[in-house]
Design a protein around this ligand. Structure first.
Ligand SMILES: *Cc1c(COP(=O)(O)O)cnc(C)c1O
Length: 429
């Protein structure tokens, strides 16, 4: 359905029922699938025939939902994972292994940073983190002969800067490696990274895609555009026979459009098993059906709240990519002309104490370690996720003690602003 507009793909993509079949994607809550003969099943194991045999590898409900996200992003193949963390891990580990190196933007989700800098380092994969607005020389210097990928987030969580996808894609391609973009905060409704040169897109579907705080999940989408076969020495896993899978060479058997996702399914999902449950995939699809409607409202509320905060004399600074004067405003206009997201971060003039008073007095916005949900929620990192750090360490990590992260839900913007206003009034001058 690639000719359809994004709104129609959100509602109808991925699944077209036949005559008399269920209108809604059926939940195939089955671990396994039955065959008449062992030969029939053998063909599936050899990847010679398409079909299902065990839900750890593939499940029809999950495939339908992955197909919808694939259509939304304009890719050629996609897979669901149990979480965004699993998607980030698989997207890199599918092409990098012990002894390899990856260039990553430094402003990425904290969980991804830890995965890269600590856990994957223990697996022998090294990461060089570059500032997203680094000079061309600094970016160039980050690459090594063993670099296998470049990674960044369209809108960084929680830094909220916009990633210059086109620039990083050009640099990655000049070094013969793909650009992987985590598109969680923007969603394909607001930005489709493949249109700007990205090769692989990942998602934490836990956020806007689900949108209702109902299920943790992730997704990986391949654009099918990166030509692995031009660099067979760099990507032997895709370009030479896989002994652990009957000697299949993924690029030969599945083409550029299918090699990356088939390898990630056949090897990584087989061995690590981070599958999404079919039940959760069904819930995710309900979220996707209204993603385009919800994103517009999240962005409207985000901008209204950001403007209000900017006008308050209790507020020191406001960070929101679509706010005029923001450091990322130009990039947001280029990559996110329809709006960025519902998350706004700001600092209170009264520092840590003011932030604590403000949070305590909110009535509609709930205190949660969550973002991108239908219900407005907020977090004071200095007293929650980052509470082990002192004020100096917090400032160095780019999360000052006065920072509040405010995730605008789908409520009335007037109510959100009134709630913020009354909580700000409680903060001492
Ligand atoms: C939350 C998040 C993740 C991790 O996703 P989980 O579903 O929590 O595992 C990755 N990237 C970004 C940008 C996120 O916001």
């Amino acid at each position: 359905m690639s000719y359809l507009r994004i709104e129609t793909k959100c509602v109808q993509g991925g699944y077209t029922p036949g005559n008399g079949e269920p209108r809604q994607i059926p939940i195939i809550q089955s671990t396994t699938f039955k065959y008449a003969t062992s030969e029939d099943m053998g063909k599936l194991f050899d990847l010679e025939a398409e079909g299902y045999f065990y839900t750890r590898l593939q499940n029809p409900t999950n495939d339908a939902v992955a197909r919808k996200i694939c259509e939304l992003e304009g890719g050629t193949a996609a897979m669901l994972t149990s979480s965004g963390q699993a998607a980030s891990f698989y997207s890199v580990f599918n092409i990098a292994s012990c002894g390899d190196h990856v260039v990553s933007s430094s402003t990425i989700y904290g969980g991804t940073y830890n995965l890269f800098a600590v856990t994957m380092k223990r697996m022998g994969i090294e990461f060089t983190f570059v500032e997203p607005d680094c000079s061309d020389e600094e970016l160039e210097a980050a690459f090594r002969p063993n670099t296998k990928a470049v990674f960044g987030e369209t809108i960084a969580n929680p830094a909220l800067n916009v990633f210059d996808i086109e620039r990083f894609a050009k640099a990655a391609h000049a070094h013969g490696v793909p650009l992987i973009v985590d598109n969680t905060f923007a969603t394909p409704v607001n930005c489709r990274p493949f249109e700007w040169g990205a090769d692989i897109v990942t998602h934490s579907t836990t956020k806007y895609m689900d949108g209702h705080g109902a299920g943790v999940g992730g997704c990986i989408v391949d654009s099918g555009k990166f030509d692995w076969t031009k660099y067979p020495d760099k990507f032997p896993g895709l370009c030479t026979p896989d002994d652990s899978y009957h000697g299949v060479t993924y690029t030969e058997r599945f083409g550029l459009e299918g090699a990356f996702i088939t390898k990630a399914t056949a090897q990584l999902m087989r061995d690590f098993g981070s599958i999404q449950s079919p039940q959760n995939a069904f819930l995710l699809n309900l979220g996707l059906e209204s993603l385009h409607v919800r994103m517009a409202r999240h962005c409207e509320n985000g901008l209204a709240v950001a403007k209000f905060l900017q006008s308050s004399d209790k507020v020191d600074w406001v960070k929101y990519p679509s706010l005029e004067g923001d450091k990322s405003y130009e990039l947001a206009q280029k990559y996110l002309p329809k709006g960025s997201c519902g998350v706004v971060s700001f600092g209170l003039k009264g520092g840590r104490a003011a932030a604590e008073t403000f949070m305590k007095n909110l009535k509609i916005a709930a205190i949660e370690t969550h973002v991108a949900d239908a219900r407005t929620c907020c977090l004071h990192p200095a007293s929650a996720t980052h509470r082990q750090m002192n004020d100096e360490e917090l400032a160095a990590a780019g999360v000052p003690a006065n920072l509040v992260r405010f995730s605008c839900g789908l409520e009335s913007a007037e109510d959100l602003i009134e709630d913020i206003a009354q909580a700000l009034e409680k903060v001492a001058d």
